[in-house]
Design a protein. Structure first.
Length: 330
C-alpha cells in the first residue's frame, strides 16, 4: 500500500463530525481487501466505527478518529507535504497505522485497528467502542504529536454560561435589565479568576469560544449566552465551585462535558511531549494501557493550511512499528 495515496483518498472523502459513514465504508472495504476481519460498529444513525483484526483477540490496537472539523478541504500535495482537511488530524495517522500493522503482521497476528467517529465533538464513537473492549493489552492512540510520545494529555471542561434580563426600549434602559451586560461582567470576572496549575503539566487554560444574545441595537436584551472551554490539568471539583461562585448573581453555568486529564505511558528512547489537547483515550479504558503518538503538528490542525509532511508520515510508520514491538515485548 502507498500511505501517501491512502492519505489523499481519505482526505477526499468528506467526514465532518456526524457525516463519517462514507469514510467508514471505505476503510471497512479497504481493510477487508487486505485480509483483515473488518467489522462495522454502529454508533448513531448510519455512521459507525471500524474495527479490524487478524486472528482473534489482539494484544495491541492502533486507533485514531475518522471525523474532521469543518470546513471540508480537498487534498493536494507537493514534493514535501500533503494538504487538506484531516491530513494530520487524523487521516494521515490512519494511513500510518495501517501501514505499520501491515509490517507487523509479518511477525504477529495479534494486531488490531480501531477507527472512530465523533472525536472532534464528544467522543461518542469511543464511548460506544468501550462497551466492546476486546481485552487487548495496549492501545496506541494517534493524534498529531510530532512523532513524540505523550507523557500526559490535558482534559476538557465545557461550560455554557447563560444570563437572563428584562427586555425594554433602549431609549429607556432603566425599564429593562441587560442580559448582555451581565454576561460581559461575568466573563470579565472569569478572565481574572485564578486557575489551577500542575507543576508537571502546566496551567489550566480558558477560552471564550462563542457569544450570542440580543435581537436589535434598540432593544435591551433579555438573553445572552457564551460557550466556554477549560483545558484541565487535574480534578474539576474546586474549579467548578469557583466558576459558580464567580458568576453568581450574573449568569448560570451549565457544565455540559468533561473529559479528564490523564497521565500516559511512555516508551524508552522516544522523545516526549505534553498534549495540551484532549483525545479519545479517557473513553477507551477497556482497550488496554494507552500510548499517545502520531505524526504532524497540532498547530496546523483545524486550520485552512493543514498539512502533513511526507517525511513525518514515513517516520511515523517506522516509529509505530518500533513502539509496538517494544510494548509487546514488555
Amino acid at each position: 500500500m502507498d500511505p501517501v495515496r491512502l492519505t489523499r483518498e481519505l482526505i477526499d472523502i468528506e467526514s465532518i463530525t456526524g457525516n463519517e459513514a462514507q469514510v467508514g465504508d471505505y476503510l471497512h472495504s479497504f481493510l477487508a481487501k487486505l485480509g483483515y476481519r473488518s467489522e462495522k460498529m454502529p454508533v448513531e444513525g448510519v455512521r459507525h466505527n471500524v474495527y479490524a483484526t487478524l486472528d482473534g483477540t489482539p494484544d495491541l490496537v492502533f486507533s485514531t478518529h475518522m471525523d474532521t472539523v469543518p470546513p471540508f478541504i480537498p487534498s493536494s500535495e507537493d514534493s514535501e507535504k500533503i494538504y487538506g482537511r484531516g491530513s494530520c488530524d487524523a487521516k494521515g495517522i490512519i494511513a500510518a497505522q495501517i501501514a505499520a500493522a501491515e509490517r507487523l503482521r509479518k511477525k504477529t497476528s495479534k494486531i488490531g485497528l480501531l477507527f472512530l467517529v465523533g472525536e472532534e465533538r464528544d467522543s461518542q464513537g469511543a464511548q460506544e467502542a468501550n462497551r466492546h473492549g476486546p481485552g487487548s493489552r495496549f492501545l496506541i492512540n494517534g493524534e498529531p504529536t510530532e512523532n513524540k510520545i505523550g507523557r500526559a494529555s490535558k482534559g476538557t471542561l465545557r461550560v455554557q454560561l447563560t444570563a437572563n434580563g428584562r427586555m425594554a426600549h433602549s431609549a429607556y434602559p432603566h425599564l429593562g435589565e441587560s442580559a448582555i451586560e451581565k454576561l460581559v461582567e461575568a466573563l470579565h470576572r472569569l478572565l481574572k479568576m485564578p486557575l489551577p496549575e500542575n507543576p508537571e503539566i502546566g496551567p489550566t487554560t480558558f477560552n471564550i469560544g462563542s457569544i450570542e444574545g440580543g435581537c436589535a441595537p434598540n432593544v435591551i436584551p433579555d438573553f445572552a449566552r457564551a460557550q466556554l472551554l477549560y483545558r484541565l490539568v487535574g480534578p474539576t471539583q474546586e474549579l467548578r465551585k469557583n466558576i459558580q461562585a464567580t458568576v453568581v448573581g450574573l449568569a448560570d453555568p451549565e457544565f455540559s462535558l468533561e473529559i479528564p486529564y490523564v497521565k500516559l505511558r511512555t516508551v524508552q528512547g522516544v522523545p516526549e511531549m505534553i498534549a495540551a489537547f484532549t483525545t479519545d483515550i479517557p473513553a477507551l479504558a477497556n482497550w488496554g494501557e494507552p500510548v499517545l503518538l502520531g505524526p504532524g503538528s497540532i498547530h496546523v490542525a483545524h486550520t485552512d493550511g493543514e498539512f502533513l509532511a511526507k517525511r513525518d508520515l514515513s517516520d511515523a510508520i517506522d516509529l509505530y512499528v518500533s513502539v509496538a514491538e517494544k510494548l509487546l515485548a514488555s
